[in-house]
Design a binder for this molecule. Structure first.
Ligand SMILES: [Zn+2]
Ligand SMILES: [Zn+2]
Length: 76
C-alpha cells in the first residue's frame, strides 16, 4: 500500500510541476522564474513585463486574468 501511494504521488508531483512551469500566456515551458496565481495561472517574466499595464494598476499587485485574484509582486 505505501509503495503504491508513493508512486502515485511522485507521478502527480511531476505532472503538476510540468504544468506549473509553462507560461499560460506564450506557452513557453521550463521557466526559470514565473508568476503564479493560486488558481494555477502561470505567466513568465517576459509576458508579465509586456502585460503589466493591463494586469496591475498599482505596481504592487497584479490581477489574475483567470480568477481575478489579486497577487502581490513581492509575495512569491
Ligand atoms: Zn510568457
Ligand atoms: Zn488566478
Amino acid at each position: 500500500m505505501p509503495r503504491t501511494s508513493k508512486r502515485i504521488s511522485s507521478y502527480k508531483q511531476k505532472k503538476l510541476k510540468a504544468q506549473e512551469s509553462s507560461c499560460h500566456c506564450c506557452g513557453k515551458g521550463d521557466l526559470p522564474f514565473a508568476w503564479r496565481c493560486r488558481c494555477g495561472f502561470t505567466i513568465c517574466q517576459e509576458c508579465m513585463d509586456e502585460n503589466v499595464w493591463g494586469m496591475s494598476c498599482n505596481g504592487i499587485t497584479w490581477e489574475c486574468p483567470d480568477c481575478s485574484a489579486q497577487n502581490g509582486f513581492g509575495n512569491q
